[in-house]
Structures are given as structure tokens and as C-alpha cells.
Design a protein around this ligand. Structure first.
Ligand code: RFL
Ligand code: PHB
Length: 389
């Protein structure tokens, strides 16, 4: 078997890359270790920058998103019981789209299936070989049988725990990491959101976020300690803790109900450099992780894929490898800015267990400055709606 590009992972990065390549007449195969229903069952991101929306449309998967996605002109930040609005549209002329990652993944899978491009689900023991040569090979096991394919390039879109980054020799890769001393406990419920926009809350009991997936489905998060177990959080306990962290008006409007999903995610910042080794490229969470506070993870995956797809298309159209040679550097320049923004939002909005009185004063001063300064609000808005690429 032979193809042009082997894509490992059928998350948003892999699916988007596969579709953009397909549109340009480039063949790919996607190898995914989980089943299709497992991939679709993961509840993750909810906010898309305009750049990501544009790419999903370019991939031919934008029809339902255009119909069902919610355009948000701003967001709210609550502190000391008061909510303050950051008006993205007035400050930057741009908006964001609220449309779940699950739906994006579903739509991309549908268009891939419709065009007959191959995806192998439950591809186990994926291994990437010979990326330092002109003829990389990828092997895997399907239904107990060994399989092999050769290709021109391998795109590792296989997330933080994937095999792609691990294939790169340790002495060729530099990693940078910050692990935060807390996680997010998330709950999904079929009840209308409590506000038209997202509400990020800094509270002395810990951060809280009121988000949504649609006008009838809400997504809530509360900061929790790293030793918490989801089984110890009944729905009632979650609603009680969330209510204590919200401002009075938000708490009054909160509609509770039985959860349809509940999970804990740890928070981490991580970047691997470079994002290329020979003919292997890393894209999305395979190369970097951001804490979810700035809603940047999926959006960064999309910008990586924009750079990588254009570079591969250039290579196949004009035999120019300039785009491939500069992929890592160009992607990392944008990644580090999103890392900074996500780290800053996390720092500003969470309760750090080890923080001193001085740290807490700094946090309050940062928020007071933000609420009073159009310049500070513009900086937040510009990053939230997404830096250009
Ligand atoms: P994914 O989505 O992890 O997909 C990787 C895929 O690769 C497969 N895989 C393998 N396949 C074959 N062989 C192997 N050895 C493999 N190892 C792994 C996996 O099964 C999987 O299907 O990475 P990708 O495509 O790079 O996408 C990244 C995004 O999923 C991620 O950045 C976002 O979900 C982060 N994120 C958010 N991003 C945003 O832009 N906006 C948000 O509002 C937002 N909220 C969030 C988030 C992430 C969260 N969690 C749980 C981490 C909220 C949360 C709570
Ligand atoms: C979500 O809806 O899951 C969400 C929204 C905004 C964030 C993080 C997660 O910053």
C-alpha cells in the first residue's frame, strides 16, 4: 500500500488536514486508534475563532455550523460578585462562534466519508518508521493483522499522548512545560444557558465558567483540586458548588438538571520544538497543549493545519519545499502567543493554592485594570478572537 500523506489521529487536526488535502487532490489515509463512537463521545472545546470557522468552511464541512453555531460578540468576566463585559466586536470588529468540537468532528467525518477518503478506526500499535529517509513507512494492527503503508509524509495529529512526538529522538526535541495545581470539573446539561454569552468567574472558592453548546444545552466548569475524583461529585454537589461561585444574578438564572456528561481535565501548558523531524510533522495537541481558559486548543490545531496543508499543497503543486521547511517556525510563532494568552487568563482567573497575599493583590489589580482600561480589554479581545494567520 502507498499514499501521499499518512495522518495519525482523527481528532479535529487530522480530519481537517485530511479534508483540505483531499480538496487539493492529495491522497491521505487516517489511522485512528479508537472507535468512531469513542472519538465522537469526547466533550471538549466549544469556542471557534473566525480563522477556524473559515478553514472548516474551506474543508466543505461548514453547512451545519453556519446554521446551528452561535455568534458571540463578547464575553463576561465576574469578580467580587460583579460581571464586566468585554465587547469583542466593538474592540476588534471580530466575533467568535460557539459550536462544539464534537459537532465539528462529526461534520468533518461526514464529509470525509462522503468523498470516500479512507479512515481506519481501531488501528492499534501504530508505529512510524524511516522518517529520516525519502520513504517513510507506517505500520499498525487491525483486527489482529499487521498492516503497512509507505508514504511521502507523516502528519502526527494524534494528540498529547500520541505516538508521533514519541517517534522523534529525545535529543532532537526540546520541551517546555507548566503543570497547574488544579483541574476543571466539567458538566454538560440539557438546559438553556444562564446568559447569552460565556461567563468566566474568579471566585475565592475557585474559578467557574458558564459556557454552552446551543440555546438548549449548557456546559459548566468549576476549578477542582487534582486529587478529586469525578465519582465523588454528584450532580447536586456540582450545582451547589457552582452556585456558590456565581454572582447573585447568574445564580438566580442558573437552570440545573441531570448531567449528560461529567469529567475532570488537568490543566497544563506544553510546547515541543521543533514540530518537524525529517518527513514527520506534528500538528495540534501532539505538539502543544494550552490550559482551556483561553479557548485556544482547537483553534491552535486549526492554525497548525492551515500552515501545514498550505505547505504540503505547495510541495505537490510546485515541488517547492519552502513551506514545509518553515512550517515549524511559523506555527510556533503563533503557538507561543496563544500559550502566553492562555497562561495569562489562567493566572488571572484561578485560585492558586500556594499563592501569597501579594499574588492575590496582583491578581485583583490585574482584573481591576482590565475592567477600567479599554486598552487592556482590547488586548484580551484581540487574543480571544484569534491572532491572524
Ligand atoms: P485530539 O482531539 O486529542 O485528537 C487526537 C486523536 O489521535 C488519536 N490517537 C491515536 N491514533 C492512532 N494511534 C495512536 N497512537 C494515537 N494516539 C492518539 C486519539 O484517539 C484522537 O482521536 O487532538 P487534536 O486533533 O490536535 O485536537 C486538539 C483539541 O482536541 C484540543 O486542543 C481542544 O479540545 C482543547 N480544548 C479547547 N480548545 C479550544 O479551542 N476551545 C475550547 O473551548 C476548548 N475547550 C479543550 C476545552 C480541551 C478540554 N479537555 C478535556 C482537554 C475544554 C476541555 C475540558
Ligand atoms: C467550553 O465550552 O467547553 C469552553 C469554553 C470556553 C473555554 C473553555 C471551554 O475557555
Amino acid at each position: 500500500m502507498r499514499t501521499q500523506v499518512v495522518i495519525v489521529g482523527s481528532g479535529p487536526s487530522g480530519l481537517l488536514l485530511g479534508q483540505l488535502l483531499h480538496k487539493a487532490g492529495i491522497d491521505s489515509i487516517i489511522l485512528e486508534q479508537k472507535s468512531k463512537s469513542y472519538v465522537l463521545g469526547r466533550i471538549r472545546a466549544g469556542v471557534l475563532e473566525q480563522g477556524a470557522v473559515g478553514l472548516i468552511e474551506e474543508a466543505g464541512a461548514g453547512a451545519r455550523m453556519r446554521r446551528e453555531g452561535l455568534i458571540h460578540d463578547g464575553t463576561e468576566i465576574a469578580f467580587r460578585g460583579e460581571r464586566h463585559r468585554i465587547d469583542f466586536k466593538a474592540l476588534t470588529g471580530k466575533t467568535v462562534m460557539v459550536y462544539g468540537q464534537t459537532e465539528v468532528t462529526h461534520d468533518l467525518m461526514d464529509v470525509r466519508e462522503a468523498c470516500g477518503a479512507p479512515t481506519v478506526y481501531e488501528a492499534l500499535d501504530v508505529a512510524i518508521h524511516d522518517v529520516e529517509t525519502d520513504s517513510p513507512q507506517v505500520t499498525w494492527t487491525k483486527d489482529g493483522k499487521p498492516q503497512q503503508i509507505s508514504c511521502d509524509y507523516v502528519a502526527a495529529c494524534d494528540g498529547y499522548h500520541g505516538v508521533g512526538r514519541q517517534t522523534i529522538p529525545a535529543d532532537k526535541l526540546k520541551t517546555f512545560e507548566r503543570v497547574y495545581p488544579f483541574g476543571w470539573l466539567g458538566l454538560l446539561v440539557d438546559k438553556p444557558p444562564l446568559s447569552d454569552e460565556l461567563v468566566y468567574t474568579n471566585h475565592e472558592r475557585g474559578f467557574a465558567l458558564c459556557s454552552m453548546r446551543s440555546l438548549t444545552r449548557s456546559r459548566y466548569y468549576i476549578q477542582c483540586s487534582l486529587d478529586e475524583h469525578v465519582e465523588d461529585w454528584s450532580d447536586d454537589r456540582f450545582w451547589e458548588e457552582l452556585t456558590r461561585r456565581l454572582d447573585k444574578e447568574a445564580a438566580r438564572r442558573l437552570q440545573t438538571g441531570p448531567s449528560i456528561e461529567k469529567s475532570i481535565a488537568p490543566l497544563r501548558s506544553f510546547v515541543a520544538e521543533p514540530l518537524r523531524h525529517g518527513r514527520l510533522f506534528l500538528a495540534g495537541d501532539a505538539g502543544h497543549i494550552v490550559p482551556p481558559t483561553g479557548a485556544k486548543g482547537l483553534n491552535l490545531a486549526a492554525s497548525d493545519v492551515a500552515y501545514l496543508s498550505r505547505a504540503l499543497i505547495d510541495f505537490y503543486k510546485s515541488k517547492s519545499s519552502a513551506g514545509l521547511d518553515s512550517y515549524s517556525q511559523r506555527a510556533l510563532a503563533r503557538i507561543w502567543k496563544a500559550e502566553r494568552f492562555s497562561w495569562w487568563m489562567t493566572q488571572m482567573l484561578h485560585n492558586f493554592p500556594e499563592s501569597s497575599g501579594f499574588d492575590r493583590k496582583m491578581q485583583a489589580a490585574e482584573l481591576d485594570y482590565l475592567f477600567a482600561s479599554p486598552a487592556a480589554q482590547t488586548a484580551l479581545a484581540e487574543n480571544y478572537v484569534g491572532l491572524p494567520y
